[in-house]
Design a protein around this ligand. Structure first.
Ligand SMILES: Cc1cc2nc3c(=O)[nH]c(=O)nc-3n(C[C@H](O)[C@H](O)[C@H](O)COP(=O)(O)OP(=O)(O)OC[C@H]3O[C@@H](n4cnc5c(N)ncnc54)[C@H](O)[C@@H]3O)c2cc1C
Length: 398
């Protein structure tokens, strides 16, 4: 029986564990948390993420939880258009509640996956002669393949690619989903969706399902994400909410109404961080098998293009296709090396696009802002267009 250990039960870890199990592998998932669950916010899946879920055989589950997200353009805080919406885009992204996505991924695990919670991986054994292994200090877990899906602070990556470090991206993000029953009547009944850019601040809102409908999403409401230059705030969620309401006070409707309807318990604050430089390799042959880096463990980046989870799903679909028929020995070693060859350039392209977007989003000072606003009308469709094209252009390996 071919065996795999997956470290981390986030979106990437759950997606790859189910994928390998459905290909005949026996999988053990090691998760440091005491439960496997998504956080209480939402996620945008671009066409590449949807294609990856499709390749993983999970598109049926997605249909039940996703809401399409029409192109809504970009506005200035006073409501003026920086980039007009382009209606009728053929492949629109979708938005899903993270808990719904987790439930879909867990439902796809099957009975060849054993999940061990409360296990924090602390060390990694890499040797040309032995099967790859990780340990929590008490138990050693050995397998033909070890997948490091343990997020941006990955303990496994620190051993395999120590030159890659986690740095701050210079901003913090706040997210929330306001459940429908607390959302006031807004926007003359039209869907609430849009992106607004100010000096060092950004606000994005989107609608999860429809008010009053049994809904495509089981956990519907309005999702918003606010980004502000600077460090995360040490204050209580109550005070953070007061600050957010102050920062966005003069922004166009319905941003103020959304912040007024948000409660401190809805808020998820996060420092935005990224990996610099990216690891040079994502696959590390060891003995008859090897290690691979997947998801944020491999390519954590700021959320500006909403591509982190989409890339994690691409990673999982790619690894599944490479390992589907491979047996330990030369075939698995070659599959691990091929994974690195396929995934490293792809991640580097999306990270490059994201960094260009970071520069646009973080423009501050009157002159820089004026230049940005003047340029955005022409740059942004190009930038967004090329990012969207690069994203949509991904094809799962045959
Ligand atoms: C504000 C914000 C908005 C975003 N919006 C989007 C979006 O719209 N679309 C999109 O595609 N992406 C988005 N992202 C990015 C996305 O959230 C991440 O890229 C994605 O969740 C990464 O998933 P992962 O499974 O690789 O890592 P994680 O979700 O970090 O999961 C890692 C798992 O490993 C576990 N773990 C960690 N260390 C250990 C250890 N030593 N031993 C055992 N277990 C361990 C953790 O507990 C966790 O369960 C956003 C990110 C942010 C910050």
């Amino acid at each position: 029986m071919r065996t795999a250990v997956v470290v981390g039960a986030g979106i990437g870890g759950l997606a790859v564990a189910g994928a390998l199990a459905r290909s005949g592998w026996q999988v053990t998932v090691l998760e440091r948390g005491d439960r496997v669950r998504g956080d209480q916010t939402a996620l945008i899946l671009w066409p590449n993420g949807v294609k990856a879920l499709d390749a993983l055989g999970l598109a049926g589950g997605l249909a039940a939880i996703a809401t399409p997200l029409p192109d809504s353009g970009v506005r200035r805080p006073d409501g003026q258009w920086l980039v007009q919406p382009r209606p009728g885009a053929t492949r629109v992204p979708v938005i899903v509640h993270r808990e719904d996505l987790h439930d879909t991924l867990v439902a796809g695990l099957g009975d060849r996956v054993e999940i061990r919670t409360g296990v924090t991986v602390r060390s990694t054994r890499v040797s040309p002669d032995d099967r790859p292994a990780v340990s929590d200090g008490r138990t050693t877990y050995e397998a033909d393949v070890v997948v490091a899906a343990d997020g941006i602070d990955s303990a496994v990556r620190q051993r395999l690619a120590p030159g890659s470090t986690v740095v701050s991206s210079g901003c913090a993000a706040w997210r929330a989903v306001i459940p429908w029953y607390r959302v006031p009547p807004l926007n003359d009944g039209r869907p609430v969706v849009g992106e607004t850019l100010g000096a060092g601040y950004r606000f994005v809102a989107a609608q999860l399902g429809q008010r009053g409908s049994a809904g495509s999403s089981t956990r519907g409401g309005i999702y918003w994400v606010a980004t502000a230059a600077g460090a995360p705030r040490p204050e209580s969620p109550e005070t953070q909410l007061v600050l957010l309401r102050r920062w966005f006070a003069r922004w166009h409707a319905p941003i103020g109404d959304l912040l007024a309807a948000t409660e401190p318990d809805d808020l998820v604050q996060q420092e935005v961080r990224e990996l610099r430089p990216l690891p040079r390799e994502y696959g590390f042959p060891a003995g008859p098998g090897g290690f691979v880096l997947l998801g944020d463990a491999a390519h954590a980046m700021p959320h500006h293009l909403g591509q982190g989870a989409c890339l994690a799903l691409e990673d999982a679909a790619t690894l599944q296709s490479l390992l589907r028929e491979a047996v330990p020995g030369r075939q698995v070693s070659e599959a691990v090396a091929a994974y690195s060859r396929l995934r490293r350039p792809r991640a580097a392209t999306v990270v490059r696009q994201t960094r260009r977007m970071s520069a646009v989003l973080q423009a501050r000072g009157r002159l820089a802002l004026r230049a940005r606003d003047a340029a955005l009308g022409t740059i942004s469709p190009r930038l967004m267009g090329s990012a969207a094209t690069a994203a949509a252009a991904w094809k799962p390996p045959a």
